[in-house]
Design a protein around this ligand. Structure first.
Ligand code: HEC
Ligand code: HEC
Length: 291
C-alpha cells in the first residue's frame, strides 16, 4: 500500500472511532427513549466492529512494512509503532469487559476515551505528519522505468539521512556531486549490497533528493560545482597545487583536461568535464595577449 492509502485508512480509523465514542456518549448523557437507546447501542456495536477490523488490517500492513525494513526506526516511527501496538490489548480488555465482566461496565467510557487518545496519537504521528509534510514539500520530476514521476524531495532527504548512513558516514555521500544518471546508478549499487534497506519508492525519493542537492545540472554551468569536482577528483595523481598555480587560456585548459581524461578514462564523465572546464576557463584563465 502507498503512504497515501495508509494515511486514508488511518484517518478513517480515527473518524470511525470518534463516531463510536460519540454514539455512546449520546446514549449515556441523554435520556433517550428506549427505541433510540437500542439503535444507539446497535450503531455503536457496528462501528466498533468496523473499527476493530480496520485496525487489524492496518496492523498487518504496518507489521509487513516493519519486517521488510531493515534500517533502524526513526524516533517518530518508533513512537508511532508503540502507540499503535498499545491499542491492541486495550481493545481486548474492553471486549472482555463487555462480554464477560459486566460489573465493570461503568468504566467502559473511560477505556474508550483512552483508546481514542492512543489512536489519535498514533495517527497524528504518522498520517498527520505525512499530510503536513506533503503540503510543504518540494518536488522534482524523475524518469522511472520510462515514466515521469513526481518525487518528494523532503521525504528523500529523510531517506538519505536514515538509510544511507547505515553502512558508511553521510560524509561519503555529501562529498560528491553527480549527474542524475550517476546517482541512479549509485543508489542501485548501494541497494544491491542490502536489497532490504529501502523500497523502490524510497530509492526514487533518495535519488530525487540527491539530484536536487548534489546533482550536476547540465543546463546550468556553475563555478562552485566545477571547483567541487576538482577538489574531489583531481588529487589522485598529483597535488591540487599543480592545478591552482597555473594560468592558461580557455583552449589550453580544455587541452589539459583532455590529457587528464586520457590518463584515466573514468576520471570525469562529460557533464563533469563541462563543469570543470567552465571553472578553469572562468577562474584560472590567462588574459590573452592583446586583451
Ligand atoms: C548496505 C550498505 C550500504 C548502504 C545502505 C549504502 N551504502 Fe554507499 N557504500 C557502501 C559500500 C560498501 C561502499 C564502498 C564500495 C563501493 O563504492 O561500492 C559505498 C560507497 C558509496 C559511495 C562512494 C564513496 C567513495 O568514497 O567512493 C557513495 C557516494 C555512496 N556509497 C552513497 C550511498 C548512498 C547515497 C546511499 C543511500 C541511498 C548509500 N550509499 C547506502 C555501502 C552502503
Ligand atoms: C590519472 C592521474 C591524473 C589525474 C586523476 C589528474 N591528473 Fe593532472 N596530471 C597527471 C600527470 C601524469 C601530469 C603530468 C603531465 C605532464 O607533465 O605532461 C599532470 C599534470 C597536470 C597539470 C599540469 C599540466 C601542465 O601543463 O604542466 C594540470 C594543470 C593538471 N594535471 C590538472 C588536472 C586536473 C584539473 C585534474 C582533475 C580533472 C587532474 N589533473 C587529474 C595525471 C593526472
Amino acid at each position: 500500500m502507498s503512504p497515501i492509502e495508509t494515511s486514508i485508512a488511518a484517518f478513517s480509523l480515527l473518524g470511525i472511532g470518534i463516531v463510536a465514542v460519540t454514539l455512546i456518549f449520546i446514549l449515556l448523557g441523554r435520556n433517550e427513549p428506549a427505541g433510540h437507546q437500542k439503535f444507539l447501542r446497535w450503531a455503536h456495536r457496528i462501528t466498533g466492529y468496523i473499527f476493530i477490523i480496520l485496525y487489524l488490517f492496518i496492523c498487518v500492513v504496518m507489521l509487513r512494512r516493519l519486517t521488510v525494513n531493515s534500517a533502524a526506526l526513526s524516533a517518530n516511527d518508533a513512537l508511532h509503532a508503540y502507540f499503535g501496538i498499545v491499542i491492541f490489548p486495550m481493545i481486548v480488555a474492553k471486549i472482555c469487559i463487555v462480554r464477560f465482566y459486566k460489573k465493570y461496565c461503568n468504566r467502559l467510557p473511560i477505556y474508550g476515551m483512552i483508546i481514542m487518545t492512543a489512536v489519535y496519537m498514533t495517527v497524528t504521528l504518522s498520517a498527520g505528519y505525512y499530510v503536513l509534510s506533503m503540503a510543504k514539500s518540494q518536488y522534482v520530476f524523475l524518469l522511472d522505468k520510462g515514466r515521469l514521476v513526481k518525487v518528494n524531495i523532503n521525504i528523500g532527504r529523510k531517506v538519505v539521512r536514515q538509510k544511507c548512513s547505515t553502512c558508511h558516514s553521510l560524509e561519503r555521500v555529501y562529498a560528491y556531486v553527480k549527474t542524475e544518471a550517476d546517482w541512479q546508478n549509485y543508489v542501485m549499487r548501494m541497494r544491491a549490497k542490502d536489497p532490504l534497506i529501502m523500497s523502490d519508492l524510497e530509492a526514487l525519493q533518495a535519488v530525487g533528493y540527491l539530484v536536487k542537492n548534489l546533482g550536476i545540472d547540465d543546463t546550468k554551468l556553475d563555478v562552485q560545482l566545477g571547483m567541487r569536482i576538482i577538489l574531489e577528483k583531481c588529487h589522485k595523481c598529483h597535488t591540487l597545487e599543480r592545478i591552482f598555480t597555473f594560468k592558461k587560456t580557455r583552449a589550453e585548459w580544455a587541452q589539459t583536461l583532455e590529457l587528464m581524461r586520457s590518463f584515466d578514462p573514468y576520471l570525469l564523465n562529460d557533464s563533469e568535464a563541462r563543469q570543470v572546464n567552465y571553472y578553469l576557463g572562468k577562474i584560472l584563465a590567462k588574459q590573452q595577449a592583446g586583451q
